[in-house]
Design a protein around this ligand. Structure first.
Ligand SMILES: Cc1cc2nc3c(=O)[nH]c(=O)nc-3n(C[C@H](O)[C@H](O)[C@H](O)COP(=O)(O)OP(=O)(O)OC[C@H]3O[C@@H](n4cnc5c(N)ncnc54)[C@H](O)[C@@H]3O)c2cc1C
Length: 420
């Protein structure tokens, strides 16, 4: 039995929704708090791919070779806005340092432990009908114009194999048999048969939140503007409409979590890694599974809302206006590799991945305040990491043996590094 606590979960994205539902099922009195409707943050418009590929960190040895060429292309896969370059520099420096082989291997182990089997994780949080409606286990195909070679690619293969992720190499003919819509410039492919995808990430968050409400949890729309402290430490959130007391707080505010962390006396290397999508609402082609294009770094995922082209990374801070040319560039690139792509109507979106340089999120008690659990920084893999994070958060709040070793996700890794 877990002692019943009054818990506020700040942020109704995938991480907050999975955590809140787990905590409510443990018998706590949970309030899920967001300034918007649930699921409108980064969890709204992502590529929806959930796979064991969630064990590959983004910073990898050898990637430095490509970075300068990307940086000079404002519409390329990775760009830094000139006005934000100085502010992004320390994070980018740490990101480059995180591409060291030992850091990458440790990060891959941590990501695998947290992100393994995400589809099964969602099965435990959704009803069979919700699961069947929202999650599709169709595999995922990675493709290139020319098979990538070199040590980065060899390492990715090794990490996949070490962590038991099945991957099948495909040549041009097999690729086109599987996905006839792909143009003939694509000659190399890798099929990940155990991958799944989410047919509508926004509706997935909404389903989790409706399960929370059904289990007795509260969903409140309000903006957190600060943390209130009593004699024993943090005990309430200060909101636009007043204040809400808590025994425990879970900080799952995605890319905005750094502001709350700093109120708790913590500096974390969290950056808003902005990504874009363009959804072709009524596409002229059908894909049987998500396709990841390695040359241009974007996904094309078949969703219930249309064919979603999603990806790219832009460093411009939390508040800068979107650069919609990046969404249009996704469409231009997609037309090169999916020659029949046409369709009536498109919608565009920009979201902020909450990114930590080594790709490993921060999950665990705030170093100075044991009643606050931090749960943010899932970067490119938050949809994979939602179920595992919810489970770990609930274990930590309950004080029971956690289902995985929590050490790699601890915020103390940064306080230790700062002190060294
Ligand atoms: C283009 C793109 C493609 C992606 N593709 C994939 C993919 O294929 N697979 C995958 O696993 N991941 C993918 N991701 C990453 C994934 O979307 C994120 O890691 C994930 O959504 C992060 O979830 P979150 O709950 O931490 O944050 P969010 O979804 O951003 O939720 C945070 C919530 O906190 C709320 N909030 C913030 N501050 C406050 C405040 N002060 N008061 C009240 N509320 C507040 C916000 O309103 C928001 O609802 C992709 C991301 C992008 C941008």
């Amino acid at each position: 039995m877990t002692a019943r606590k009054k818990i506020i979960v700040l942020g109704a994205g995938i991480i907050g929704a999975c955590s809140a539902l787990r905590l409510q099922r443990d018998g706590h009195d949970v309030t899920l708090l967001d300034r918007d409707e649930p699921g409108l943050g980064s969890s709204f418009g992502n590529a929806g791919s959930i796979s064991g590929s969630g064990c590959i960190p983004i910073a990898l040895p050898g990637m430095l070779r490509n970075v300068p060429k990307w940086l000079f292309d404002p519409l390329g896969p990775l760009s830094v806005r000139r006005s934000y370059a100085l502010r992004a520099a320390p994070w980018l420096f740490q990101w480059i340092k995180a591409s060291r082989l030992d850091v990458v291997r440790a990060a891959a182990d941590a990501l695998h432990a947290l992100n393994a089997g995400p589809a099964d994780g969602y099965r435990a949080l959704l009803s069979p009908d919700q699961y069947g409606d929202l999650i599709q286990a169709a595999g995922c195909l990675h493709v290139w114009r020319k098979r990538p070679a070199g040590r980065t690619e060899a390492l990715i293969r090794e990490l996949r194999a070490t962590h038991g992720e099945r991957a099948e190499e495909l040549g041009a003919d097999a690729i086109r048999q599987l996905v006839p819509a792909l143009g003939n410039t694509i000659t190399a492919g890798l099929l990940l048969p155990d991958s799944a995808h989410i047919r509508n990430p926004h509706r997935l968050v909404q389903a989790l939140v409706s399960n929370l409400a059904e289990a007795g949890g509260r969903v409140v729309r309000d903006e957190v503007r600060g943390i209130g402290f009593g004699a024993a430490g943090p005990d309430r959130v200060l909101t636009r409409m007043g204040s809400l007391p808590f025994d425990g707080l879970v900080v799952a505010a995605g890319a905005f979590s750094g502001r709350v962390a700093s109120e708790l006396g913590l500096r974390v290397p969290l950056e808003a890694e902005r990504g874009y999508h363009l959804t072709v609402i009524d596409p002229s082609i059908r894909l049987p599974m998500p396709v990841a294009f390695g040359d241009h770094k974007f996904y094309a995922t078949p969703m219930e809302t249309g064919l979603r082209l999603a990806g790219t990374a832009e460093f411009a801070g939390l508040a800068a206006a979107p650069d919609w040319r990046r969404s249009e560039a996704l469409l231009a690139n997609a037309r090169r590799v999916l020659p029949g792509l046409d369709g009536s109507g498109t919608s565009v979106w920009m979201g902020r991945r909450p990114s930590i340089p080594d790709s490993v999120p921060i999950i665990g008690p705030s170093p100075k305040h044991a009643n606050v659990v931090l749960a943010f920084g899932h970067g490119h893999y938050g949809m994979c990491g939602g179920p595992g994070t919810g489970r770990l958060v609930a274990d930590l709040v309950a004080g029971r043996a956690p289902f995985i070793d929590p050490t790699p996700y601890s915020a103390e890794r940064f306080t230790r590094a700062a002190a060294a």
